[in-house]
Ligand binder design. Structure first.
Ligand SMILES: Cc1cc2nc3c(=O)[nH]c(=O)nc-3n(C[C@H](O)[C@H](O)[C@H](O)COP(=O)(O)O)c2cc1C
Length: 161
């Protein structure tokens, strides 16, 4: 059986600079905020550093259901991961395993208070509508060129940049 978090999803997570973590409180009120320090740990777990996220932590304690999405903004594609989360604290037995991939990303300047451990239950691709509506005339290279124009940026190495 294919793993939920396979190699395509891993490489997309690495290409996406950040993810968006959606949580909800006990009443169902949604909350969504960006998290840059995140990693796919294994075939079913994503770990997210709690550096400045008291709202997400509170929600996860009240309601374990989360949704985490990330996209490559240039290729305009990514993934949505549904799952259940727990908050792992430094005193927890398995904490070293959860925090390990995040420490180097956060560095010394950004202390990690705890780790949101998301166990994936379902994964869905996210695609810009052009890929779906106009497949014959849409390629990843064209989407990237268009996004570079929209964001007003050039890639290193282009035009002597
Ligand atoms: C680009 C960007 C990246 C961020 N990355 C993280 C992160 O990895 N971990 C974290 O705890 N907060 C991160 N933050 C800060 C949280 O998104 C921010 O403190 C937010 O208000 C937390 O909301 P919450 O308490 O509802 O989770 C980031 C913010 C931005 C703008």
């Amino acid at each position: 059986m294919n793993p939920l978090l396979g190699s395509d999803i891993r490489s997309m997570a690495q290409r996406s600079v950040l993810c968006w973590l959606a949580t909800a409180d006990a009443s169902g009120q949604p909350n969504v905020t960006p998290k840059e320090i995140f990693a796919i740990l294994d075939d079913e777990h994503i770990v997210v550093a709690n550096i400045a996220s008291p709202g997400s932590a509170k929600n996860i304690r009240a309601n374990a259901k989360v949704c985490l999405s990330f996209i490559d903004v240039f290729a305009q594609k990514g993934y949505k991961v549904l799952g259940v989360a727990t908050e792992a604290k430094p005193t927890d037995a398995e904490y070293a395993r959860w925090v390990e991939p995040l420490r180097a990303m956060a560095g010394e300047r950004f202390p990690i208070h705890s780790v949101f451990v998301v166990r994936a239950t379902a994964v869905e691709p996210i695609l810009a509508p052009s890929y779906l509506l106009y497949p014959a005339e849409t390629s990843e290279a064209m989407q990237i060129a268009s996004a570079l124009r929209v964001y007003g940026v050039r890639r290193a190495g282009e035009d002597g940049f």
